[in-house]
Design a protein around this ligand. Structure first.
Ligand code: ADP
Ligand code: MG
Ligand code: ZN
Length: 474
């Protein structure tokens, strides 16, 4: 019997806010332990939380980007448990009335468009971080109370590759939407992987294994590549899998049992009496609506459609939005947007990378690139000369026409000038000239090269070819 994997992800991302969720402490990574703390985020008794408005806005904005329902009534609940990372013995989260629900994320995976339903995206607070040194342990509360979004998918993912592509697309959307920097190195994205297997063609869900706290996407892929065959082998041996929580051991490349799964009733969720329900009104929602950006996949499709670009180019302009916007302006009115894209990707982006220059510091605007491509297409300069012009533009910010005029780089298409250059090349290279007459066609390229050299790259290559042939066949 064939089995398939069924995967659902719970992804936690840190929101990009100045301050923490319930207090004014900085939401900043990398500070000395316990320097961004106050009685509120240390969980002292008697303090009162005040909700961070920007965190609420970013939560709803995420819901809009994921095409979720945004209910007019949401609330905060306490999830009770005992552990040193949560001094007040509960974590504030949204349990049964989350701020967003029932959305969808579309993304590409292995050349296909996949669609994964989003169960909900709710707001909660991060907890402190435990450190262990030899026989002692310490707790750093800098992260306690940092706003976190938990984005829960339906069990719609079917493979390790698909899970990886989902996470990549989700974080790309969140970064571009200004929701989170999703910096993995700083622990801004963590994810719980839920996976079960079932016979292909059946719809009932198998017992789910939850792999906790994954912090790299490649780790998620490797954990699934291990876990899926493990489960399939077990059911094929006739073992009944039971619901459990496992841990991924990255060094060993295996998952191992951690604990049997706790249930919701173990947490004794109840509405936080210190916090008002969250009830956004029309005006508040309309403001958030203004912050919605174009979805990355839609952007890629638009670049392919409107500019007739290949997927690879459109992908670049999807991931690098400023570069894509630059291209769009440069290509406005262009005859061949693809040529403009080539310049922007192969020359401009490469040069920016090479010189570590931010696009914002570029000395010329998009129209200059459009102009440069126009000069090549009109036959005013060769593409080789265009490289020289481009290098000058990059240094000085002068316009392409200005550079061509100042340096006398205009392409030579004048017949008598080209004829004279051809004569000169043939006269100084009798050997190759004879080779061509004897039928060695390749010798023409050599002669063509010589003429280009004589003209310092300025001769019109097509005309040079024509004239050489004419002369040699005469
Ligand atoms: P819990 O309350 O234990 O966290 P949920 O039912 O809320 O469980 O689901 C958590 C995640 O697990 C979701 O992403 C969901 O899609 C996924 N999931 C639920 N059941 C299964 C299953 N049988 N196999 C794989 N994933 C599952
Ligand atoms: Mg869970
Ligand atoms: Zn604080």
């Amino acid at each position: 019997m064939d089995y398939e994997a069924v995967i659902g992800l719970e992804t936690h991302v840190q929101l990009k806010t100045q301050s923490k969720m319930w207090c004014g402490c900085a939401n900043e990574f990398g500070a000395d332990p316990n320097t961004h703390v106050c009685p509120v985020c240390l969980g002292m008794p008697g303090v009162l939380p005040v909700a961070n408005q920007e965190a609420l806005r970013l939560t709803v904005l995420t819901g809009l980007l994921l095409q979720c329902q945004i209910p007019r009534h949401a609330k905060f609940d306490r999830k009770n448990y005992f552990y040193p990372d949560v001094a007040k013995n509960y974590q504030i989260t949204q349990y049964d009335k989350p701020s967003t629900s029932q959305g969808v994320l579309e993304f590409e995976c292995l050349g296909r468009i996949e669609r994964v339903r989003i169960t909900r995206a709710h707001l909660e607070e991060d907890v402190a971080k435990n450190f262990h040194f030899g026989r002692e342990s310490g707790v750093d509360f800098n992260r306690a109370g940092v706003p976190l979004l938990e984005i829960v998918s339906e069990p719609d993912l079917r493979s390790a590759d698909m899970a990886h592509a989902y996470l990549t697309a989700l974080t790309e959307l969140l970064v571009q939407g200004g929701i989170s920097d999703c910096d993995m190195e700083k622990g801004m994205v963590r994810c719980d992987v839920n996976v079960s297997v079932r016979p292909v063609g059946t719809t009932a869900l198998g017992a789910k294994i939850e792999i906790k706290n994954m912090n790299t996407f490649s780790g998620v892929r490797r954990a699934l590549d291990y876990e899926i065959p493990r489960q399939i082998a077990a059911v094929q041996r006739g073992e009944a899998l039971r619901q459990e929580t496992r841990r991924w051991d990255d060094d060993a490349g295996i998952t191992e049992p951690m604990r049997s799964k706790e249930h919701a009733h173990d947490y004794r969720y109840f509405p936080d009496p210190d916090l008002l329900p969250f009830e956004p009104d029309d005006a508040w929602l309309a403001d958030i609506q203004k912050r919605v950006v174009e979805l990355p996949l839609a952007r890629k499709q638009r670049f392919m459609r409107d500019y007739d670009l290949p997927a690879g180019d459109a992908e670049v302009f999807k991931s690098n939005r400023p570069l894509g916007d630059f291209f769009a302006s440069a290509a406005a009115g262009a005859k061949h947007p693809k040529s403009v894209a080539n310049w922007v990707i192969n020359n401009l982006a490469a040069k920016l990378n090479e010189t570590h220059t931010p696009l914002a510091n570029l000395k010329f605007g998009p129209s200059a690139v459009g102009e440069l491509v126009g000069l090549v297409e009109a036959g005013r300069i060769s593409s080789k000369i265009a490289q020289e012009v481009f290098a000058d533009m990059f240094e000085t910010g002068r316009s392409p026409s200005e550079i061509v005029a100042a340096k006398g780089l205009a392409q030579v298409s004048d017949a008598s000038a080209i004829e004279a250059l051809c004569d000169q090349a043939i006269a100084s290279n009798p050997g190759p000239a004879q080779d061509f007459r004897d039928g060695k066609v390749a010798a023409l390229n050599f002669l063509k090269g010589q003429v280009m050299k004589l003209s310092k790259g300025k001769a019109n290559p097509a005309l040079v070819g024509e004239w050489l042939e004419k002369k040699l066949r005469a």
